[in-house]
Design a protein around this ligand. Structure first.
Ligand code: AMP
Length: 355
């Protein structure tokens, strides 16, 4: 695919806040954006130049939509692999491709793939039924987390387990779905690498954020992370190896647990822009949304120079209903335009300068 010129149309599969911020960044670079998603009135469609309403499984509608796009990307990892494959088979450029979806949608496949790239993860075991739990849980020291292989996000589809718990009830509470059991990691902090890889294979990483989760949901990201240069370089090298292995084009985020001794264990990756990178547009020469658009358009990456220390706070549920003036008094406010503030729902974020 040739590099796109301003005026070309970028198609985005998915209509959430990530698509909305990608669409705004694309518009700033002179592109038109067309959103494809199954929801009416979604956050991304309301800032894009076009919106096609359709199911991700409706290949005919997808192909119809994609005819008007010069490149197609996605803003969430649960776009069916078949949708991306159908577009690719029809000759449409899909960046970053179908493989990152296939790998990241299933925690078991993902963990094995990370390890095949030489990236260490927490110990894990495949769980098909409650009888599979006891042996690995004992091997992991009697503490673990049961996670559904698919469709878990923001702490959903997970249960903490200890020896002697009712494994049958725990697995039933996860709808008896295929799972993995992970060893509980005694991490000292969590960080993520947000890496961009362009169409000629050049990569750049943003400074690593340290991430704080509450109930499995990201609450705050702080930069700098406080990690040594040596550990930071190892984390960046791992993200580079992962992106390379998938011949990735775009932005991806690789999340790590960091142990006291500097050991890095990868938790998961997202084949897209990431919540822990929401501070980049305000604090860096190029933000992650622009960086992703540059990469998928075949442009060179922009510089990731960071101008100041920064923190990003997620506004969850009703936290975003405070008058915007009060919220933005000491930071830059972004609201996603969601119609309903359900508990725990990501409604917006605040970026604060720290120095
Ligand atoms: P996940 O949905 O896998 O990203 O998990 C959400 C959050 O739960 C992580 O960011 C951690 O804070 C916590 N968590 C997940 N897996 C583990 C683990 N194996 N050990 C300790 N904490 C974990």
């Amino acid at each position: 695919m040739k590099a796109l010129s301003a005026g070309a149309t970028i198609g985005i599969l998915g209509g959430g806040q990530l698509g909305r911020m990608m669409a705004n960044a694309a518009a700033q670079l002179g592109f038109d954006v067309s959103i494809y998603c199954p929801e009416h009135d979604c956050p991304a469609a309301r800032v894009a130049s076009a919106h096609a309403l359709g199911a991700y499984t409706d290949v005919e509608a997808l192909l119809d939509w994609a005819e008007g796009c010069d490149v197609v990307t996605y803003e969430f990892e649960n776009v069916p692999v078949e949708a991306a494959e159908a577009l690719i088979a029809a000759g449409i450029s899909v960046r970053p491709g179908a493989q990152p979806l296939e790998v990241s949608q299933d925690r078991l496949v993902e963990k094995n793939f990370l390890q095949s790239c030489g990236i260490a993860t927490a110990d894990f075991a495949q769980i098909n039924g409650p009888a599979d739990i006891e042996a690995p849980l004992e091997r992991f020291g009697g503490q673990g987390i049961l996670k559904t292989r698919r469709d878990g996000y923001d702490g959903k589809g997970q249960a903490r387990l200890a020896s002697g718990d009712d494994f049958e009830a725990a697995h039933k509470a996860l709808s008896g779905a295929p799972c993995i059991l992970e060893a509980m990691v005694p991490f000292e902090r969590e960080v993520s690498v947000i890496i961009a890889r362009d169409a000629v294979g050049d990569t750049l990483c943003f400074d690593l954020p340290r991430n704080e989760h509450v109930n499995g949901i990201l609450k705050r990201s702080v930069v700098p992370s406080g990690l040594s240069d040596e550990v930071t370089k190892r984390a960046e090298a791992a993200a580079g190896a992962l992106a390379e292995a998938m011949n990735y084009i775009g932005v991806l985020a690789l999340e790590f647990f960091v142990l006291e001794d500097g050991t890095l264990l990868a938790n998961e990756f997202a084949p897209r822009v990431h919540n822990s990178g929401h501070w980049t547009p305000e604090a860096c020469a190029t933000g992650q949304f622009e960086q992703h658009i540059r990469a998928v358009a075949g442009w060179p990456l922009g510089p990731v120079t960071r101008y100041h220390d920064v923190e990003m706070l997620n506004l969850l549920g009703e936290e975003a209903l405070v008058p915007p003036d009060a919220l933005a008094a000491d930071g830059v406010l972004t609201l996603y335009g969601k119609r309903e503030a359900k508990p725990g729902r990501k409604m917006g974020h605040l970026v604060r300068r720290r120095s």
